[in-house]
Structures are given as C-alpha cells and as structure tokens.
Design a protein around this ligand. Structure first.
Ligand code: UD1
Length: 367
C-alpha cells in the first residue's frame, strides 16, 4: 500500500509505483492533504501516477487536526485491506500519520527518504522525519549522511538501505519532456518581458513556502524587500505556493509584488513546467527541500533561503549554497553566481535514475 498526500510525495511515488507495477499488487491511498488541481491532479497526469484507489479527502487544517483526521480515516482502510506493507515517502504530515496507524497495527512500514535531518525541531517536517524513521522497518536513504543519523538514533543497521534518490529518477524520466519557460508563461497568458525573449540562463526562479519564511508578516515583508532588490540584478519568476499567496494577500503584500516589473508571479507550476523553469534558469532561490536536490541534478546554482539543510550532500557535492534570509549574505551569493557562474557541482552517489529499481529489489526480498 503506497501513501501520498502532498505535492513532493507525488514526484517520489511515481517511479516506485512504475517499478512495482505488475510485480506486486499495489493500492494507492491519497490522503488529500493537497487538493487543488495545480497541487495534485496535474502531477498525477504529468507523472503518470494511477488514480488513487482511496482518497481520504482530509484537506487543510492545523497540524494536530490534519494528522489526526488522516489517522482516523486511514485506520478502517488498514483494517479492511490488511496490506503486507505500507510504503510512505518524505516528511509531510501524511507520512507520519499513516506510518503511525500502520505501526500500531503491526503492519511493516517502508520509509523512502529516511534519515535526513536538519537538526531543527522547529520544522514540522523534522518531527515527522524522526518519528517516521523510529517506527519504520525498512529505511531507504538518498545519501550516506542519512545512515549516520539513523545509527545515532539507535536504528538497526540491517534495516537501512542506501538506494539513491527517487526524485532524481523522476527528473531523469521527464527532463526531455519539460515544458519550456516561454510555453509556460504563454499558457498562463502572462506577457513575456522584452529582456526575457530568450529564456536562457538570464533569469532566476524563486519558490517560498516554509512557515518560518512566510507565516510571520514582518519576516515576509523583509523577504519581499529582498526579492525586489534581487530583481534589480536579474528578472525573477516566482510560482506562488497557496500558503505563500494566502499570506501575501492577508498582509496586503500581493499588490506590492505585482508592481515590480522584474518579478513575474505565477500560480503553482506543474511538474514539467517547474523542470523547464529550473533547467533554463541562471539560478534558483528556494526554501524547498526537493528543489535543492533537483537543482543539483540539473547543475543549476541553488541559493537556499534557510539556515540549515537536511540534504547536506547538495552542499558538499552539488550546486547548493545555504544562506538564510540575511540580505547581505543573499546578495553576496547572487553576485557570486552572476559574476563567476556559481558552484558547478557533481552528481551525488547513486543519483543515477535507478533508485526505484533498487527499492523494488529490497522490497521483493523482504516480501
Ligand atoms: C506541505 C508539507 C511540506 C511540503 C509542502 C509542499 C507538512 C507539514 N508540510 O506544506 O513539507 O514541503 O507541503 O507543498 O506536511 N493549500 C491550498 N491548496 C492545496 C494545499 C494547500 O490552498 O492544495 C493551502 C491551504 O491554505 C493550507 C496551506 O496551503 O492551509 C498549507 O498546506 P499544508 O498541506 O498544510 O502545508 P504546506 O505548506 O503545503
């Protein structure tokens, strides 16, 4: 039984389900944590994920209520179907909620993307990661540091399998089908500014959705000012996460953003649109986890607007630089990319498009 709930889950589950298709019977449960068509339906279509067998339709709520509702609605499903294994991915509320129900029913759990640690317990995802790993039977890791983290937390080494990164499996499968930035803006009826007639390493992509960056109005205001300063150096394309647009609207900042001629705001981008936007960008600014990995795989410099990362390999080997939101550090990092081209980076070990295949092999042995 495969579980998905939020946008980053869809990108991870697609290659796993493709690898297992026809090999073992699969049931897909969607918790409905993300429900807008741009946040989920479009991803199912573009990534070729089968229609969920069950949708728990939980929608948005506070953390406790959302996690609790998923658990309450998932328990009867587990009772009825009694799967041999529950497979969860990533670190969202749906991940811990379904894993916890399965653990109490003594159903084996596989966690894909185990062992990542930011060591920042103010991040809801960090709590979800630590707890999911503790109750999982099979832990699939994307980088070597993850195993060290798990061993430190007392996880039995025999349960840990270094398989590589399923996000990069998806990226490799779909890169050639990526939608060009010009096409993306055209489809949204957004007028393309003159200086962007050729989208070729002459613009930046920005994504922002971490509660730490967008939920506090004064932090959000400061970041907005910073974005405006950056846009004087390079045009910015900014696909807005629903959480971010809601906070901008609530604080009367959406108009300010709209007035900056060098910042193009768009609705949440589809998977193929986002791949196209990142691939042709000079640099990417983000507070997302997955985008730090995707930019490393694409060889595009990434400036991470957080104080830490749970994905250290993207800094050690990849194109990622952690700068936080201090304006002088961010501007220095931008200048560095604009003058030197930024970090070149290498592809991390086992980020070779075969992670889902390795997961399949381990699962078949265990099942
Ligand atoms: C969730 C994950 C985060 C992941 C992100 C990717 C948790 C704790 N967080 O954060 O790790 O990086 O997904 O997007 O699980 N909303 C909509 N439509 C939707 C979904 C959300 O409008 O389809 C709005 C709602 O106002 C909602 C807010 O976005 O309250 C936040 O959604 P939620 O799923 O709670 O968290 P994310 O910030 O998306």
């Amino acid at each position: 039984m495969c579980i998905v709930g939020a946008r980053p889950n869809f990108i991870k589950i697609a290659p796993i389900m493709a690898a297992l298709n026809g090999v073992v019977p699969l049931i897909l449960v969607h918790t409905g944590q993300h429900y807008d068509s741009t946040m989920q339906e479009l991803f199912f279509q573009q990534l070729g994920i089968p229609k969920p067998d069950i949708n728990l339709e939980v929608g948005s709520a506070s953390h406790g209520l959302q996690t609790g509702t998923i658990m309450q609605r998932f328990e009867p499903i587990i009772d009825e179907i009694n799967p041999s294994l529950v497979l969860v991915v990533g670190d969202v509320n749906s991940t811990i909620a379904c894993a916890l129900v399965a653990a109490k029913k003594q159903i084996p759990i596989a966690h894909v993307e185990a062992g990542l640690r930011s060591f920042d317990r103010s991040m809801p995802e960090e709590i979800n990661r630590v707890l999911t790993d503790q109750i999982s039977d099979l832990l699939f890791t994307t980088e070597r540091s993850a195993k060290e983290n798990l061993l430190r937390e007392g996880i039995d080494e025999k349960r840990i399998h270094f398989v590589g990164n399923v996000m990069i499996d998806s990226l490799q499968i779909h890169r050639l089908k990526a939608v060009s930035p010009a096409e993306t803006l055209k489809n949204l009826n957004i007028e393309i500014p003159l200086l962007l007639k050729e989208f070729d390493k002459n613009y930046a992509v920005l994504t922002l959705h971490r509660p730490a960056n967008v939920d506090n109005p004064s932090v959000l205001k400061d970041i907005l000012l910073l974005i405006q300063n950056i846009s004087e150096q390079i045009p910015i394309i900014f696909p807005l996460h629903p959480r971010t647009s809601a906070m901008l609207k609530k604080n009367g900042l959406l108009e300010t953003l709209g007035q900056s001629s060098n910042i193009i705001c768009t609705p949440p981008a589809g998977y193929l649109e986002m791949l196209g936007l990142m691939d042709k960008a000079k640099l990417v600014l983000t507070d997302s986890g997955g985008i730090q990995e995707e930019t490393t795989a694409l060889g595009v410099p990434c400036i991470t607007l957080r104080d830490n990362t749970e994905r250290p390999i993207t800094v050690e080997k990849g194109t990622n630089t952690i700068v936080g939101i201090d304006p002088s550090r961010v501007m220095a990092a931008i200048r560095n990319v604009l003058t030197t081209g930024g970090k070149i980076g290498r592809i991390p070990e086992l980020w070779d498009g075969r992670a889902a295949f390795r997961i399949k092999e381990v699962l078949l042995n265990c099942l």
